[in-house]
Design a protein around this ligand. Structure first.
Ligand SMILES: *Cc1c(COP(=O)(O)O)cnc(C)c1O
Length: 390
């Protein structure tokens, strides 16, 4: 069989159902105003919540540092672990108040690593059903049994903990990436303690954004992560650069260093990148005004969207989905917004469950209230058309 015989029909069918994926081409620096597929747009699609991807101080610091190369030369355990990685790990550990931090090349790989390294055959991984795809792939790489519970359903989580075999680990997004809502961490922590489970929280969309000082979902709820809790953070979102990390106890990080295949068998993040992330961390720590502005944008959007009659999700974060149902509708709205001068991607199955295709709108502290006003005006036009047709 040739490749085209298998994938020709499959891809044709995807095209027909508006499920075919294309890569949009950006020809300007990243930011809130970009040129994409040749058109100038206001970008409501990035996870660059604090606008740091455009930050000139980060660029200057990297250019000025003679010892911050763009290649690390080897894996961490061989000769790739540079002083800049070490300094970044220490700075992140101090910031989060944990014993140790381990830097990864991507959040995807960090999520592959933790479950594979810490969980053994006969153990039980218990996931929220809407967890990020990388967490699910991490469960696949681990030898433990995977169980899931309906989104944020603590009753079913408790049942799963009761029937778990071996060591149990609860795995959840802190902020759900396609929904913007929060995991009920106080309840999860209580169940975790009650059942002697371990906990992995993927705080990719919370770090830098949530909590009075941006320390993420634990700070948001006034909680401390204990010794059996690990947090994954990415540096490609609110930090505006690239890379990721796992934060936890000394013993947890030592276990990762010794057992985590997605960390051991890969080239270390470039030292220049680690330096960029450390400068970004300083910016994140000083970003109280940006976080307040971000909250104001979210509030402004939600008030305006409710007035238009859009179906909003219970999200207080800069991830604001507008649920439209069918993939064809979501794609039509995304295309219409493109014509109006906005980049708002349609998120379709299998990234989200069938029947819940949506627009995923994200805000950056570099957006203005006026940007949001303009988006709301375009959405109001689309909603009117939609009402007239149905
Ligand atoms: C983006 C994302 C990741 C992956 O992080 P990368 O550094 O981009 O690989 C992991 N988890 C969640 C929830 C994410 O949104």
């Amino acid at each position: 069989m040739h490749l085209r015989e298998r994938f020709g029909p499959l891809l044709a069918q995807r095209r027909q159902a508006d499920l075919f994926r294309r890569v949009p081409l950006v020809t300007t620096p990243p930011g809130t105003h970009i040129q994409l597929n040749g058109k100038t747009l206001i970008n409501f699609a990035a996870n660059d919540y604090l606008g740091l991807s455009e930050d000139p101080a980060i660029r200057r610091a990297v250019c000025a540092a003679q010892d911050a190369a763009f290649g690390s030369g080897a894996a961490h355990l061989i000769s790739g672990h540079h002083l800049h990685h070490h300094l970044l790990e220490d700075a992140l550990a101090d910031w989060l108040g944990v014993e140790r931090v381990l830097v990864f090349s991507t959040g995807y790989m960090a999520n592959l690593a933790v479950q594979q390294a810490l969980m053994q055959r006969g153990d039980t991984l218990i996931h929220d059903k809407l967890n990020h795809a990388s967490l699910l792939d991490g469960a696949r790489l681990a030898e433990a049994t995977l169980k899931r519970y309906p989104h944020r359903d603590m009753t079913v989580l408790q049942k799963r903990l009761h029937t778990a075999t071996g060591q149990a680990m609860i795995v959840t997004d802190g902020v759900f990436s396609m929904d913007g809502d929060l995991a009920p961490l106080p309840e999860i922590m209580a169940l975790k303690t009650q059942h002697g489970a371990w906990l992995l929280v993927d705080d990719a969309h919370a770090l830098g954004v949530l909590g009075a000082t941006g320390r993420g979902s634990f700070e948001h709820f006034g909680l401390n992560a204990d010794e059996d809790t690990l947090r994954v953070g990415t540096l490609g979102k609110a930090f505006g650069v690239f890379g990721a990390f796992v934060a936890g106890s000394q013993v947890a990080i030592d276990a990762l260093i010794n057992l985590a295949r997605p960390w051991i068998y890969t080239t270390a993040l470039p030292p220049a990148n680690a330096l960029a992330a450390r400068v970004a961390l300083e910016k994140v720590q000083k970003a109280d005004a940006a976080r307040a502005h971000l909250q104001a944008l979210v509030h402004h959007f939600r008030t305006g969207a409710a007035e238009i009659g859009l179906t909003l999700w219970a999200s207080e974060t800069p991830i604001q989905p507008v649920i439209l149902g069918e993939a064809t509708t979501a794609v039509a709205w995304s295309r219409a917004l493109f014509e109006h001068g906005f980049h708002v991607p349609a998120i379709r199955p299998p990234t989200v469950p069938q029947g819940s295709a949506r627009l995923r709108i994200t805000f950056s502290a570099r957006h203005t209230l006026e940007d949001v006003e303009r988006l709301l005006a375009a959405l109001a036009t689309l909603q009117k058309h939609h009402d007239a047709e149905s």
